[in-house]
Write a new protein. Structure first.
Length: 80
């Protein structure tokens, strides 16, 4: 799995909308996670812990993991 597959900046043709090259590691300064990239249907989201487990399973850590957790906190506050 590539980090780009979880980012909202990835376009349908597989290139980054921010003109970044595909990273070799799971790190990118412009990484912006999207819930639709983690779950096929919004109803599949059960909570922050599930999102964290998925992100760690996919190999995210550091800033990228924090961005995913921030997304999850935002969704919990907004009421999915």
């Amino acid at each position: 799995m590539k980090l780009c597959e979880l980012c909202i900046h990835q376009q349908a043709i597989g290139v980054c909308a921010m003109s970044r090259p595909v990273p070799q590691k799971m790190r990118c300064t412009d990484f912006t996670p999207g819930m639709e990239r983690f779950f096929a249907a919004p109803a599949d989201y059960t909570g922050l812990e599930q999102l964290k487990q998925m992100a760690v399973f996919f190999g995210l850590s550091g800033k990228e993991l924090r961005r995913v957790l921030t997304l999850g906190e935002t969704l919990n506050k907004g009421g999915v």
